[in-house]
Design a protein around this ligand. Structure first.
Ligand code: NAD
Length: 338
């Protein structure tokens, strides 16, 4: 590794634009070296005026482009194979959510990570919201005492049509419905704030409005964590959250906190409330910068495949709970430590 990370983008569709912006905002740490996408015009749009090699096939890019890392922005069902191909070639991986779709894929990813020693970082961009970072800092200092409850929300009115949904309309390519897509954000945020391994889940899934989807358009999920925290996720493409609904909140033995995502207010028992406001950041650029920093320093990313697999475990347990109308345990794969 030199002083910059040579990165290859895999999948040059919608979200790739924010990732490319992330490379361009971090020129001291990242070289945007290559793009792989079978749709040439997508690759050319993302390349812009930069001197970036374009490949139809990411396996050729991995073999030829002399990369340090790949950044995977593919439809969900293609994540696991791309992660494994990159890791087998010794390349580090930044991967969009979800890490993968099944526990068998998760097992294969954790095995290849252990065998090759590459870093696999989940691009969990909402962890880079300043309000989230400050909340995590307060939690780490023990400000709220024993945490009892954490709630996260990510709901909006999605104007998808069957035509515009593409691969997202089908469980075979998306892995499920809204919960494994947008709903992945509030689940990883919940895990970050709960600060422990999830153990059991109960969930109710709905198709309130987007009746053409194979999967759910909305989900309510309750999660119990090993440290006793109970988490509650509300997430939807059918409707926006009601005015005043928090993006995240928590209650502990010493006080509580609520945030709309850009500001936060907390109150400790017997004290006046404290409100903090933050300037917005480009959270995907911050994730890209942190990925490069971790590779250059050897630091562990906040969320590697280990946390990504826990998040997937919660989502798969939510699907099982809704199917069986019962609590579902979060099945863990054997993840060698890293
Ligand atoms: N973090 C966020 O807020 C956020 C937002 C949107 C999407 N995402 C995630 O980003 C990922 C991509 O979503 P999107 O909306 O950009 O999808 P998209 O459909 O817009 O883009 C996917 C791209 O992958 C390309 N592709 C398909 N097969 C390929 C292959 N074998 N090799 C290389 N390229 C291939 C397609 O041609 C397309 O350009 C998903 O995992 C999604 O959940 C994250």
């Amino acid at each position: 590794m030199t002083d910059k990370i040579r990165i290859g983008l895999v999948g040059a569709g919608g979200i790739a634009g924010a990732h490319v912006a992330g490379y361009r905002r971090n020129p001291e740490a990242v070289v945007f070296a290559a793009i792989a996408d079978p749709v040439r015009e997508n690759a050319e749009r993302r390349r812009g005026d930069d001197d970036v090699a374009i490949y139809d096939d990411y396996r050729t890019m991995i073999a030829e482009a002399e990369l340090d890392a790949v950044d995977i922005c593919l439809p969900h069902h293609l994540h696991a194979d791309a992660i494994i191909a990159a890791a087998e070639a010794g390349l580090h991986v930044l991967c969009e959510k979800p890490l993968c779709l099944t526990l068998a894929e998760a097992q294969a990813i954790s095995e290849v990570a252990a065998r090759t020693g590459v870093t696999i970082m989940c691009a969990h961009n909402q962890l880079y919201f300043p309000a989230v970072a400050e909340t995590k800092r307060l939690l780490t200092e023990g400000t709220f005492g024993t945490v009892y409850e954490v709630r996260t929300t990510d709901s909006f009115y999605n104007d998808f049509t069957p035509e515009s949904m593409g691969w997202r309309a089908h469980a075979s390519t998306a892995g499920g419905g809204e919960l494994i897509d947008t709903g992945y954000h509030p689940v990883y945020l919940l895990q970050h704030l709960a600060g422990a391994v999830p153990t059991e889940v109960t969930a109710m899934l709905s198709r309130h409005r987007l009746g053409f989807m194979e999967g759910e358009d909305s989900a309510q999920v309750l999660v119990r964590y090993e440290n006793g925290v109970v988490g509650h996720v509300t997430t939807s493409w059918a409707y926006p959250a009601a005015p005043g609904t928090e993006k995240f909140s928590l209650v502990g033995s010493e006080g509580s906190l609520s945030s709309d995502g850009v500001s936060l207010t907390y109150q400790l028992r017997g004290q006046d409330p404290v409100t903090m406001k933050f300037d917005p950041v480009h959270d995907i650029a911050a994730a890209v910068a942190d990925f490069a920093r971790c590779l250059l320093t050897g630091d562990r990313p906040m969320h590697t495949h280990v946390e990504g697999i826990d998040v997937l475990g919660v989502i798969l347990a939510a699907y099982e709970s809704d199917r069986t109308r019962a609590f579902a345990p979060v099945t863990r794969v054997a993840v060698p430590a890293r």
